[in-house]
Design a protein around this ligand. Sequence first.
Ligand code: WTA
Length: 648
Amino acid sequence: MTDKQVYPVTPEVAKHALINKDQYQAMYKQSIENPDQFWAEHGKRVDWIKPFTKVKNTTYDYNALSIKWFEDGELNASVNCLDRHLESRGDQTAIIFEGDDPSDSRNVSYRELHDQVCKFANVLKSQGVKKGDVVTIYMPMIVETAVVMLACTRVGAIHSVVFGGFSPEALGSRVVNGKSNIVITADEGLRAGRKIPLKKNVDAALKNDDRHTVKTVIVVTRTGGDVAWTEGRDQRYEDLMTNASADCKPEPMNAEDPLFMLYTSGSTGEPKGVLHTTGGYLVYASMTHQYIFDYHDGDVYWCTADFGWVTGHSYILYGPLVNGATTLLFEGVPNYPDSSRMGQVVDKHQVNILYTAPTAIRALMAQGESCMDGTNRSSLRILGSVGEPINPEAWKWYHRVIGNGECPIVDTWWQTETGGILISPLPGATDLKPGSATVPFFGVQPALVDAEGTLLEGEAEGNLVIMDSWPGQMRTIYGDHERFIQTYFSAYKGMYFTGDGARRDADGDYWITGRVDDVLNVSGHRLGTAEVESAMVSHPKVAEAAVVGYPHDIKGQGIYVYVTLMQGEEPTDELKKELVQWVRKEIGPIASPDVIQWATGLPKTRSGKIMRRILRKIAANEYDQLGDTSTLADPSVVDDLINSRQSK
Ligand code: WTA
């Protein structure tokens, strides 16, 4: 149901804001009518070693697909994040590090960060890393991770950050796919007081997967815990840094040279390496960061994401640092040592802008308002949400309890593929509606289509597409350009297909309804049903598995698995537990199934395709809305599934 409630821009917010309603309208109009002029002007927000003369050169024509922005310009990302700030703000804090343990925090100035990055860039060079090489990063949320990422950009290497919660198997396949010769890790990570065996996982990944070509593993000391050591391959970060020079000339990169890749899940097959390039991405990340968070010089900004996800790339590191911001880097979790932690961190560092995920808000909400007792959060000015649709109740709780009823919430819709935020309110320009991501950012043309690709006008619900390119868009899937074209540009010709559904209301505001493909969104993390299924069926007792999402109070979506066992295997509770552990080992804890239902058969069409639509309805307890089941090879399967679901 639509929530009709509107939270208009307040006079206080409007007074302070960088962009007001009229400016938004005028700038948006210009960005669509004259993109070349618009982006030529805003492309200057980053420093170019060689200025661009060409701006937009893009076509979504299926047969000639090409996406190039600022294509003859040259720049370097680390220079934009660091060097250019040294004169004006060298001593300003670039990163506030807040450790897992609340007593562990420190500030790193732009100058110090620059020094560290130059040193590690020299270390990378000394290890033979060159422009265009892929460096795999499997690290916790610590300052060194930012140093390593930026050092890669200094020498022109492509970083590939793998989330520290992924299993050795998942890490290994990403190292192999990226043809990476080097992995940077830490001895152990720390989360909620527990140690995460990162180095041990790297050892296992490299041991179990002999397709890799890794020659070097560099290990940052985080806990000082005991780790195994492979002589000749493993090196200590601290040792290498001791003798490194803090003088490192930045590699001039073409605007279209790769900046980083990041694996994300799709509806089919293995995770894909989403590749972003340098110029357009930096322009877009920094511009969205500034305007959407209404970032002003001197603000303290905190995004609670992890470097392992795109939000950590664009809105902890690149966007904020290009803008010369103070960005807070949090190692821990919002409910450790207790559920007041988020409020405590805000007060401790006087955070002005807080950007987090609905799942975190719902988890706090479940604790009750008392989780904010003892904190006042009066420094907060802007709140942000990302990763999944935010339900209106959580939105209002976030607004009223965390933001003391005073801070606008920017509900930002975007994707790993989009590089930066595409649909979001601007604090001073957009009236808010709880649950709606509202309006497009400059240069972004969203539209809705039906299943046949017909554009829908006015108030409508359909599949969300984008009609033209923006500078932060991904350029390819690493090593598989054909898959890139097929995945995003073949469903609807001439349009980028997002994989999301959306509704547009009478005011023209967008409400994202969630994925319309076989991608799950569990606590804001993307997972392909195909990935979980293939992990499941690799267990020797499993004959077949089908995975769907179902509504989950905290996670947004939970993972529901229908499992058919091999002939003669007993469907016991022990086996369910074993299968949950199996998937955790294959992919990582984020992929843990929430519900496993034994099935004697799965609903398939006569051509053998599993009808997930039916499985989703059964998982959600919506038996009256199964739709047409007459095309099934064996319709009685459905009754069996419903009966066994109800008898649980
Ligand atoms: C979902 C995360 C509703 C969406 C930045 C998208 C959202 C997927 C929102 C991308 C939002 C992200 N409202 N849904 N504000 N933000 N999503 O690649 O389904 O990890 O396609 O990027 O998350 O997830 P990804």
